[in-house]
Design a protein around this ligand. Structure first.
Ligand code: NAD
Length: 484
């Protein structure tokens, strides 16, 4: 019978696998602090079994016609949509994000990725390059066994954003979810098996950084795709470089959202709310440095404070709730530390700033105004519900200050002046940009960062280049000339 909960820690070679000799990892429901499950970190034997299964499955899968590969992914997408409610409840229990969000943003976006790459699989071809009589043809080949390593904020989506294009291109995957949210990826593995993926094609192993590191350094692995923080990205990128592996790095950000005087006020406030408080602010692409032109500043802050009163903070499993807890006690404490720094460094607290009186790891949506570029809350990624509002006078000044960061994941601009919108976006150094919107991430569009925010792109046709490689074959039609 179908069980909405995963039934063991790992998923290896087409089945759940338990090995309680690994370090226990409690899974804590962030809304109450209760332990809802325990998984065990993968032992070397589990890691080896997963990689061996992936290696064997990949050899078979590479020979499956791309159309059939696509069909498996599309079937998996359909199953995910049918089970959206159960998968969303699991996502909410794993992360604490409100069901109101998870019902529309997690299994659904995972299914979008499976559907998109399932549809595109049969269209993956090489090309013919004429050279007069001779010619070259190219073959788009799989990389082999790929490793996916996830962050904790979007466990279902991250597993699918990595798994779907990897499998469409003929690779196999060993996926390690974040130790903070280990449950959801297991269901993706189970669904892929049900959809017809061969045993071993998509495996899930649990663990902390050491398990990730063991996967990254294993010589059987051809590529590593990490979603995580910049410090982890540096370590994983360096370890992958030792063996010249392919990498995709989806890392952190401190993205600017620039609001000009002529912006539609309510739309700009909505953009700032979406870009700071969705998923309680635990979104990598958030526009956490909100630059507001001086003429609109007080009106913006007043409207924002008013709109924040409408946040429904509470039980994430109640569909009326629109703002949930932080993922963990540790993350809550990190964010509280930043709020204290904001106060100590002289930013003006407009709303929030404290814990919510209830069990679990709830913090209020928090807004600071009069933030200056040198303050800690304007420089470091907080990864929580803390918006920093900074003032500016001129377009050139806003662009220079927006770019003055090591990060470059996203950027947004709100203005009614079309030429200015494109001119400003053209100068902002970021991978995913928005005009009069914020944080949309359709699978059809490339997603990824510049500078310290990452390397490579997920989603869209662009992702295919990061999960496959081209072999070129020179074909000589005549005799071979040689010097002697
Ligand atoms: P993290 O860097 O602490 O961990 C990410 C993953 O890497 C976890 O699975 C962790 O176990 C693993 N890991 C840690 N050390 C490792 C090592 N040495 N070798 C291999 N794996 C290792 O990040 P987090 O706290 O889980 O997530 C929050 C961060 O992720 C934020 O910085 C956020 O911006 C970023 N993020 C980025 C994106 C994106 O697409 N750009 C999306 C979501 C989150």
């Amino acid at each position: 019978m179908y069980d909405p909960q995963p039934t063991a820690s790992h998923y290896v070679n087409g089945a759940y696998l338990e090995d309680t000799s690994g370090t226990p990892i409690p899974v804590i429901y962030p809304a109450t602090g209760e332990v809802i499950a325990t998984v065990y970190a993968a032992t070397p034997a589990v890691i080896d079994a997963a990689l061996a299964a992936a290696e064997a499955a990949q050899k078979l899968w590479a020979k499956v016609s791309p159309r059939e590969r696509g069909r498996v992914l599309t079937r998996a997408a359909q199953i995910m949509r049918e089970r959206n409610h159960d998968l969303s409840v699991l996502e909410t229990r794993d992360t604490g994000k409100p069901l109101q969000e998870t019902l529309v943003a997690d299994a659904t976006s995972g299914a979008d990725a499976l559907e998109y790459f399932g549809g595109i699989a049969a269209g993956l071809t090489g090309e013919h390059i004429p050279l007069g009589e001779d010619w070259v043809y190219t073959i788009r080949e799989a990389l082999g066994v790929c490793v996916g390593i996830g962050a904790w904020n979007y466990p279902t989506q991250i597993a699918c954003w990595k798994g779907a294009p990897a499998l469409a291109c003929g690779n196999a995957m060993v996926f390690k979810p974040s130790e903070t949210t280990p449950l959801c990826a297991l269901k993706i593995a189970e669904i892929l098996t049900e959809a017809g993926a061969p045993a071993g094609l998509f495996n899930v192993v649990q663990g902390m950084g050491e398990v990730g590191s063991a996967l990254v350094t294993d010589p059987r692995v051809a590529k590593v795709s990490l979603t995580g923080s910049v410090p982890t990205g540096r370590k994983v990128y360096a370890a992958a470089a030792e063996q010249m592996k392919h990498v995709t790095m989806e890392l952190g950000g401190k993205s600017p959202l620039v609001i000009f005087d002529d912006a539609d006020l309510d739309n700009a406030v909505s953009g700032a709310i979406n870009g700071n408080f969705y998923s309680s602010g635990q979104v990598c692409s958030n526009g956490t440095r909100v630059f507001v032109q001086k003429g609109i500043k007080e009106a913006f802050l007043a409207r924002l404070a008013e709109r924040l009163k409408n946040a429904v903070i509470g039980d994430p499993l109640d569909e009326a709730t629109s703002f949930g807890p932080m993922v963990s006690e540790r993350q809550m404490q990190i964010v509280q530390g930043y709020i204290n720094k904001g106060r100590a460094e002289g930013a003006r607290l407009i709303s929030g700033g404290g814990r919510v009186e209830r069990d679990g790891f709830f913090l209020e949506p928090t807004v600071f105004a009069d933030v200056t570029d040198d303050m800690t809350i304007a420089r470091e990624e907080i990864f929580g519900p803390v918006m920093a509002v900074l003032d500016f006078d001129t377009e050139a000044e806003a662009i220079a200050r927006a770019n003055a960061t090591e990060f470059g994941l996203s950027a947004g601009v709100f203005t009614r002046d079309l030429s200015r919108a494109h001119r400003v976006i053209g100068q902002l150094r970021a991978g995913s940009c928005f005009i009069n919107s914020y944080n949309d991430a359709p699978v059809e569009a490339p997603f990824g960062g510049v500078k310290a925010s990452g390397v490579g792109r997920e989603n869209s046709k662009a992702a295919l280049d990061h999960w496959s490689q081209l072999k070129s074959v020179y074909v000589r039609m005549g005799d071979v000339e040689a010097a002697f």
